[in-house]
Design a protein around this ligand. Structure first.
Ligand code: CTP
Length: 400
């Protein structure tokens, strides 16, 4: 991990896991990065400003109204002189304040005043993490591009068990390096990746879906981020975890995915790996549809085509738009026609009738570009994602 020359403003909020922030400071420094720390009032109950100052080797800031601090460095400057702001641990309280835009102390004022990327590593009791209010705040923050590191599952200091534990300092360091794009070939570029299936409700308990696992899209998002791109992953319901170090937005339906993609623009790169449902029920029943003797019929209506919309010419069109083609026959012919129809730059075509492709760990594709078709051998979805990200990075003329 190379963080040489990178400046991290570390905001420590109150929580039993705050001690792990000390280890994180050590790891950032070992990687060549510099840390300036800010403690909230409640953080001071768990770690002392003195220990943080001794470890970071820099003045620790705690008070919004400290005149000395303001004469040395104003809070606006403090929030902007860093390359990244990391909130570790992020309590339910600070997440709520960030979501609401409340700035009633130094930490929250810096978070509102900054123009830099924010990464937050939440840690709290599992009930607090899963509370509707916290879930709503997570959504708002992810939508705004805040990177939320998913907490770990395990026993908690309060005696309960579940999600809410602060990840290990090594995991947080990797996410910070990824978020900083530690000088990868794609740093400075924004990318949008769609992944997973969409669920189209029929009634409150039933929905239309498909077998997509999200593995390919998630792997692509992670591979782009590891080369330094600033990635927004927009995913339908999947059982795999969010990749660390990037902003993940969870949606259910194609219409929600289309809206989230639109909100994430502009971007230099867009990759549509989601298996978006082509149709949705024309009318969604408010109550569960009961058996009535007769066979019910379902009228479908077409969903918005996200890839086609993204590829349409216009000021917000990403410079490189990549789609997938799930085909069961005449792969080359159908996929070539699909690329032209959707107006995307590259298309990765796969034969989804091959057992194990949809939902499995491996993939085998044909890359179709304006130059023609190129067959890639069967490989793991992770390797394919890496190869694709490297291919994208090698086409600098398309991206900048
Ligand atoms: N796609 C999309 N929005 C849709 C449907 C598809 O963004 N409403 C994207 C997929 O993410 C994929 C590409 O379009 O990148 C092709 O998806 P595919 O299912 O193969 O094609 P369809 O457009 O659905 O065409 P068909 O089902 O007729 O083959």
């Amino acid at each position: 991990m190379n963080l040489a020359g990178k400046k991290i403003l570390l905001i420590i909020s109150g929580g039993i896991a705050a001690y792990k922030a000390l280890e994180l400071i050590r790891l950032i420094q070992k990687s060549g990065g510099a840390v300036t720390a800010v403690l909230t009032d409640s953080a001071k109950h768990f770690v002392t400003p003195l220990s943080v100052q001794a470890l970071s080797g820099n003045k620790v800031f705690t008070d919004l109204f400290s005149l000395t601090d303001e004469s040395e460095m104003g809070h606006i400057e403090l929030s902007r002189s860093a390359d990244l702001i990391a909130v570790v641990p992020a309590s339910a309280n600070i997440l709520a304040k960030m979501a609401a835009g409340i700035c009633d102390d130094l930490a929250t004022t810096l978070l509102l005043a900054t123009d830099k990327r924010i990464l937050a590593a939440p840690a709290m009791n599992v009930r607090m993490w899963e509370h509707e209010a916290t879930v709503a705040n997570q959504k708002i923050l992810a939508q705004r591009g805040v990177i939320l590191l998913p907490p770990d599952e395990g026993p908690m200091a309060c005696g309960e068990f579940g999600y809410g534990r602060l990840p290990d300092p090594e995991v947080m360091l990797a996410a910070i390096a990824q978020a900083l794009g530690a000088a990868g070939p794609l740093s400075g570029l924004r990318a949008i990746v769609t992944s997973g299936p969409t669920h189209e409700p029929i009634d409150p308990v039933r929905y239309l879906a498909n077998r997509s696992s999200g593995r390919q899209g998630h792997a692509i998002a992670a591979a782009l981020a590891s080369l330094g791109a600033r990635v927004t992953l927009i995913t339908g319901p999947v059982t795999i975890p969010d990749p660390p170090g990037l902003a993940t937005i969870h949606i259910e339906t194609a219409a929600e995915m289309a809206a989230a993609v639109n909100a994430a623009l502009p971007a230099a790169i867009a990759i549509c790996a989601a298996a978006v449902a082509d149709w949705r029920a024309q009318n969604t029943a408010d109550q569960k549809i009961k058996k009535s003797g007769a066979t019910p019929s379902l009228t479908l209506t077409e969903n918005p085509d996200i890839l086609k919309t993204l590829s349409a010419p216009g000021p917000n069109r990403p410079r490189l738009v990549i789609g997938f083609a799930a085909e069961t026959e005449n792969l080359l012919e159908n996929a070539t026609a699909k690329r032209a129809r959707k107006n995307c730059d590259w298309l990765l075509a796969n034969n989804v009738s091959t057992p194990g492709i949809m939902g499995g760990a491996d993939n085998e594709i044909l890359l179709i570009t304006a130059e023609g078709a190129e067959a890639w051998p069967k490989m793991s979805k992770k390797d394919l994602a890496k190869k694709l990200a490297e291919r994208i990075a090698s086409k600098k003329e398309l991206l900048f």
